[in-house]
Design a binder for this molecule. Sequence first.
Ligand SMILES: Cc1ncc(COP(=O)(O)O)c(C=O)c1O
Length: 649
Amino acid sequence: MATATTTITPVPAFSDDLETTAPAGEDLYGFSRWSADLVRVLPNGNVGLCNPAVPDQIPTDLLAVVKSLQLRGIRSPILLRVADFLKYRIDRLNGAFTEAIDELEYRGTYQGVFPIKVNQQAQVVDRIIDYGRVHNFGLEVGSKAELLIALSHELGPKAAIICNGVKDESFLRLALMSQRLGFNTFIVLESPREVDLVLNIADEVNIRPRLGVRIKLTNTVSGNWARSSGDRSTFGMTVAQVMEVVEAMGERDYLDCLVLQHSHLGSQIGNILEIRQAVQEACRFYCELSAVGANLSYLDIGGGLGVDYTGEHAATANSVNYSLEEYAVNVVDTVKIVMDEHSIEHPTIVTESGRACVAHSSMLLFNIIDVTEFTSSTPVVAEADDHPYLASILEIEEYLSLERVQECWNDLAYYRGEIRQLFGVGRLSLKQAAKAERAHLYLLSLINDLLARNPASDVELPEGLDLTADIYHGNFSLFQSLPDIWAIDQLHPIAPIHRLNETPTRHAVISDMTCDSDGTIGRFVLADGIASTLPVHKVEPDEDYYLGVFFIGAYQETLGDLHNMFGDTNVVTIGLDGRGGFEVLHEQEGDTVAEVMSYVEYSPRGMLDRFKAIVERGVASGRLSPTDRRHMIASFKQSINGYTYFEGS
Ligand SMILES: Cc1ncc(COP(=O)(O)O)c(C=O)c1O
């Protein structure tokens, strides 16, 4: 039988009696590689939350936060936002550009904007505006609703509102009129079609608009967002279309209003060279547009600044081969070189970095509600009338050794396949098939134990062995809270938030609460690379075992859906007090069942009435007693007013 290998990190597995040797957490899960100094393992084995802006502060114990929230009645799953992390990232982004500008003697300034689409939650946007005020940090909006959000805030005096996306007349009118209120609003034209529409309203309301053009770069990027770049990208104008716009604006005497050039390559760009090349191309456009009379002074390079989710520091889908500081230096340097070559004044550099601002500040915390193990320590006894294939499975134990492990695995897979086939065609009894399954599980467990006891051996795990990993059933919905894991194979660091000074003795895949086979996480960031199972601790009876999924502040809340009617989780924003404690800054209760019902057109009141009528018929027919009725109605009411997630007993 042909064999292949799978690269599972050789963690001790399937043997509860393994010695618990060196503390494993930090090394195993790679905290120091991906944590960006925001989380670390504390001496007690729990995850600590740290504020890198004030490194001397005492970290806050994350498990203590969860327990304390529980005492307040805030149950798992919890989306935890740490305000300090958000502030730290905004300060760092702005600080990186300020330093790069100083260092490179760039004569323009930097003005970032946060794209609301990346996380529209009011608590998040409010804080971004608050923390960004000193930096004149603004907002990018891509729809009328997002424009309304922007206009309902007091932004910093020079902070920009960049209006992208398709705009109708009322959007444009509002955006234009907002200039009268002192907002620094820029309307970015996405197509030549928008020119007359904007200029007609500008004429009507007598406002000289601040306009931008979105250009389509020819440079492409690799990764998940490759389609946002290059000729086939959906947004932005070709050179020919841009010229059309310039001519149309010139004819109507509005060319002086064309002050901003915008481009966006896509999100999570892993390779700094691709960013540099794109910025260079954007600068070339900028110079040419200036040469034909545009009054440009803002160069908006869009989003794309990535997050190192895996800590690989490489140009892979979930990592980046540059730091935030390198990004700023590379952007500023590239702009300066091209502008100087063409003797053009250094523009104000605008970035629309969403992911890099918010990803780090949120994490999902959930408990494990059940564990399915695929192991057996019960030997299966051979009997004279066993089918020969079953006897062959049982014989494998006799020649199982480290040297012959691959052979044993191959034989086991072969005989099991044959037995299944025989059963399928009716040539093997249910009893024999069941015995073969038990024998298979027992042998698999022996193989796993052997490999776990010899983690340093160079035996590669036979393909398929990870299929025997435990399933840890988590109290969350992948589709609601972590949609990109499902949709684009996004990797987020995942680790237990406690017991990190104990060597994990199991390995598992994580399954969510939905009854969808897609609701499973089967790729994990570990110190040694990406693994198909997560090392986990054996869940003790009555223990609440918690896992954390880190860096989920970007896009996840926005894209989540109601699959299987699991609603928004409880959301808590905390501030770290620097002395190991925390303060609850805001709490948003998760959806009740009644709330998610109403999102899908049910009336909870009407449902209760209908249920009452059905139960009443049961009483009338004698199938239920009046007391049964009372209990059933009480349960119904309790459920409909409860959390959509597992609430325990
Ligand atoms: C126009 C525009 N700007 C900015 C962003 C944010 O990108 P990122 O989160 O990579 O910074 C996006 C999202 O893809 C976008 O479409």
